[in-house]
Design a protein around this ligand. Sequence first.
Ligand code: DAH
Length: 338
Amino acid sequence: MTHPLEQLRDDALDEIESALDEQALEAVRVKYLGKSGSVSGWGERIKTLSKDEKPVVGKLLNQVRTVVTAAIEARVASFREQEESAALARIDISLPGTPHEIGTLHPLTQMWERSIEIFRRMGFALADGPDIEDEWHCFDALNTPPEHPARNEQDTFYLPDGRLLRTHTSTVQIRTMQAAPPPIRVIAPGAAYRRDELDATHSPQFHQIEGLYVDENVSVADLKGALEFFMRELFGSATQVQFRPHFFPFTEPSLEVYVKSKALKGGERWIEVAGSGVVHPAVFEQVNNVRGDKAYDPEKWSGYAFGLGMDRLAMILFDIPDIRLFAQNDLRFLRQFA
Ligand code: DAH
């Protein structure tokens, strides 16, 4: 004889099978498995059965519940599948797609990557420092006295608390030496800021690569060799490099670096691209003072440093006439460097 629960199960399976959508299916689920559904009702009824009947009917009830639940789930899945293939069928795969625009590296970024790669081959590691600096790292530690014009509010962006936007990446020289004893061989690419009027060749934010090499017996010859190698790798082997005496407070002697190359726009003109020099002993002494040791004993260690103007280098290399183009985000300009 069929148990009434088995009858319930068969009815439920029939109704599940003939449900036309998820809504109808949900009604079937409530009817049989809901709180006051007919299958659930048997849970209460079992309590009134005899000891012998209880386990038999209990087992059957569990089976019925499992079977009905599984059937509902399978039907839901098949509804969803049907929906999905109907949706896919509506897609016209013969329509042209939406093209993705692929960006390109900014010319300054390209310049940085090329430069960093060349210096890496010479054994330079990357160093870093903050754009917001204190006066000590930007000036005092670099042997630049309070009366120096660079410290003037006309030339430097000061924050209300007395800190400033670094006017050069040379600050990273100091931070690097504070953090580690010699030997040192680092480059520090980064932004620098000055209160310049914006025009074709000046921008209040510009970019530099700072370099610092400290070891025993470092001389001007090492500096010249390194920068000559760098410029020729960058601009071609026919590039001429010239060093002209200059003054920077943190180097002695100090040299400005000029390049000339037929391969470059401007041809036979000498173009200034960097400041450089042999690290001033006073800079080492400042570093020793804050370190509280004699790690940078000027009697034992010597070094060279340089600061390359990245915007300038990129302008020469890519023949860019106006520094403002770097920041204007004009795609007609940027696409030329793809
Ligand atoms: N800091 C200088 C500037 O921004 C450039 C410079 C000159 C950096 C000489 C150096 C250096 O490291 O030795 O104009």
